[in-house]
Every structure is written in C-alpha cells, then in structure tokens.
Design a protein around this ligand. Structure first.
Ligand code: GLV
Ligand code: MN
Ligand code: MN
Length: 413
C-alpha cells in the first residue's frame, strides 16, 4: 500500500486531544478553543507536506498543492473537523486524515498532477454549536449570507456572525467563500459508515451511490406557564404535554411513510423547567430523512398539519421554522465507476451503498462532481464515544481514496 497506517492513526489520535469533554466522548464545536487547537495541528501537517495553507471567508481550513496546468479547476479532498456533543474520534477526522495522507503520499513520491489539489477541513458540518449543519460546504456553494450568520446563535446566544468575528474572520466577506461553478473539478470525501452494513457483510469498503435528503426544522410551542398545583387539567395550555403528543406523532408519520423514511427528535428545551411549574415554552428539533425527496416532503407537510391539530386541541400556539432542507444527492457515476474498478484492482471486498448520514459531499454536488468512500464502523456505532474503526480498515479506504484522487487529478506516471 502507498499510504501509511501509523500516520493515519496519529492524525486521529492527535485530533482527539482537542476535546472539550475528555472522558465523555469528543466534543469539538466550531470556533472554540478546541477548534483553534485542531487547526494548529492540521495547519502544521499541511505545511509539512508542502501545501500552501489558507482559510476561506467561512472559516474552512485549506491546504493547496498546485497542478501542472495553469488555471485548471481544483480537485478538492477532505471532510469536517467539528464534532457533535460527546461524539467519537472518527466522524469527520477520518476523512480529513484521508485527505492529508493523500497529500503526504503525493509529496513524498514527488507525484505531479495536472489539476491542483486542495485538502479541506470543513467547519460546522454537524451544526452542533449553531444549528447550521453543513455550513462550511454550504458557504462554498454560495448558500450562506450574513443575515443567516446573524440569525444562527449558539446556546449562549452568541451569533455565528459574532463568533466568526471574535475568532478572527470577517463575516461580512462570507460571499467570498463561494466556489464558482467550473472552479472545482471534483470533491472527494472519505467517511466512516456510521451504520452496521459493511461490518455485517464482512466488507472492507463502501462506495456511496446516494446520500439521503435531509430536512431539519425547529418547532416552538408556546403554552401558558402556571402553578402545577392550582390549575385544573382541563384549564391548562401545557407546552410540554403538547410537544410530547407531537413527538409521538412525528415518529408515527415516518413509519406510515415507509420505504426507510426516518424522523428524529434529538433535542428539546423546556422553559422555565421546574417540578412545580406548568411548562410555558418548549422548543425541539426535527430531522427527517429519506432517499426520495417526496417522502421527506410528505412527512414535513404532515408534521405541519399535525401541529395545527394538536395546537387547537391543547390550546398552545406552535411555530415551525425550517433550518435546512437538502434533497437526496447522487454521487457522480464516473467517480463511482472509478472507485469500483480501484476496489477490484486492490482486491478489496466492497459494495455500493446509500448514506443515511449527511455529508459535505452532498452540498458540494451543487458545485462539482462528488464521490464518497465509506469504511466500516464497529457495531455500526457513531455520534457516541464508542465510535470506532480499526486503523487497518481505515487505511484500506484511504488507499481507495488516494487512487481515486490520483486518477481525478490526472497524476503523471
Ligand atoms: C451528520 O452527521 C448528519 O448526518 O446529520
Ligand atoms: Mn456526524
Ligand atoms: Mn461526519
């Protein structure tokens, strides 16, 4: 193999140190001290293999390697380096390491490519701090403006606009992060599967054909706050009780829609929050996913209808806001075909598959041809501290990734 397992392992282990919750999984939110420390490591690694390092206006970290042809579009490779709260060490960093390792191999073998290559470490893919999932790639696709930066706030009420400014970026220049059509030849990502399929089937590599569509929304329920002992049940407008009915209904709607449609309420806030207070305000998230846009749209519409029914029967007022709605995306057939023949050539056991997780590649599909390589996840676990992929398995995926990049960037042999 051309790649080096020890270097990949080192990337993952070093990045895991930049963690706000040691002992309770990995928490690395965007534009925090941990984010800054991770940038320091990545910047140095990029520098060591001859990349020219810069940060774009959105806060993505990029290392560029020139190609032989002047003004040629770039082959972009990478993944995200932020994490969920209490997550694992591999979701994101595995793909950042794959891109770094690719750049190292090109450097040490002095391989020239026709097209330039940019290694990218994307920020705020998870949306864990600002509820702005896929932010780094959406900025590259020209889908983020300053109004959205002002509007998206973290749990402490700090806007993304303010956080970017405090970190040293200029949020007024966000439009400059946009990659113009034609300027990116391809975007290639490696990621852990985050599900059980590859492991269950004894396979080494997954070649993703399609990423599901995702609709993220927030629902706010305004009830009437009051004393838990004095107000009879029939005179209440209990925001949490209404939210509970709604949450049960959301899961039912996904099941009724079928064909693998999923819907999740993963976050909820109750105000003011007390044993003896009828909740006055509840907010919760909804995440709906399917390989078919129509299923996501149907569930979204039916959630709106159910919200109206439950509001009128419980006396609360509900507001629904849409945070992100990305349709299902197919990977470029030409890249999938290349990846399949590379797996054959390397003798790796592989299959085509769908991704139920969102990835920056799905947004970059609006800008360039995209490809996504999966490696197995132990017990299918992810977004938890137990998330794990054996380094030997990860390396096999990186090898497929490297050879795909060599072909796409047209390496001189
Ligand atoms: C990212 O992990 C997502 O699928 O939401
Ligand atoms: Mn994730
Ligand atoms: Mn991820």
């Amino acid at each position: 193999m051309w790649t080096n397992q020890a270097r990949i392992q080192r990337d993952i282990e070093e990045l895991a140190k930049f963690n706000a919750t040691p002992g309770q999984g990995l928490t690395r939110f965007s534009l925090t001290a941990e984010d800054r420390a991770a940038r320091g490591y990545l910047r140095q690694e990029m520098h060591n293999c001859g990349l020219r390092v810069y940060e774009d206006a959105a806060g993505n970290l990029v290392g560029r390697r020139e190609g032989e042809q002047a003004d040629a579009p770039v082959v972009m490779i990478g993944s995200h380096f932020d994490s969920v709260k209490g997550g694992g060490n591999f979701d994101g960093p595995a793909g950042v390491s794959a891109a770094l390792e690719t750049a190292r191999v090109l450097h040490e073998r002095d391989i020239k490519t026709r097209f330039p290559i940019e290694v990218v470490a994307m920020i705020e893919e998870e949306g864990a701090r600002f509820s702005a999932s896929l932010y780094g790639s959406r900025a590259m696709a020209g889908l983020i403006d300053t109004a959205q930066l002002q509007e998206r706030k973290d749990a402490a009420g700090i806007s993304m606009y303010e956080a970017l400014r405090q970190f040293g970026f200029n949020p007024d220049e966000i439009a400059a992060a946009r990659r113009m059509p034609g300027s990116v030849k391809a975007f290639l990502e490696l990621h852990i599967e985050q599900g059980p399929i590859l492991e269950a089937e004894g396979l080494e590599v997954g070649i993703v054909q399609e990423i599901v569509g995702i609709h993220d929304m927030k629902i706010k329920i305004n009830g009437r706050q009051g004393h838990a002992g004095t107000i009879p049940m029939h005179l209440r407008a209990d925001a949490l009780n209404a939210a509970a009915k709604m949450i049960v209904r959301i899961a039912e709607l996904a099941v009724e829609e079928g064909e693998g449609t999923v819907a999740t309420v993963g976050w909820l806030s109750v105000k003011p929050g007390g044993f003896n207070i009828i909740p006055g305000e509840v907010e919760f998230s909804v995440d709906i996913r399917s390989g078919k846009r129509q299923h996501v749209d149907n569930v979204s519409r039916r959630i709106g209808e159910a919200l109206q029914e439950i509001s009128s029967s419980t006396g609360v007022v509900a507001e629904l806001s849409s945070l992100m709605n990305v349709p299902p995306v197919r990977m470029a057939e030409s890249i999938v075909d290349r990846q399949l023949s590379i797996c054959e050539r390397l003798g790796l056991k592989h299959r085509l598959m769908q991704s139920g997780a969102g990835h920056d590649a799905m947004v970059m599909a609006g800008v360039a041809e995209v490809g996504l390589v999966f490696v197995p996840s132990l017990d299918g676990r992810s977004h938890c501290p137990e998330e794990w992929t054996d380094y030997a398995q990860l390396q096999k995926g990186v090898e497929v990734y490297l050879h795909t990049v060599l072909e796409l960037a047209e390496a001189e042999s």
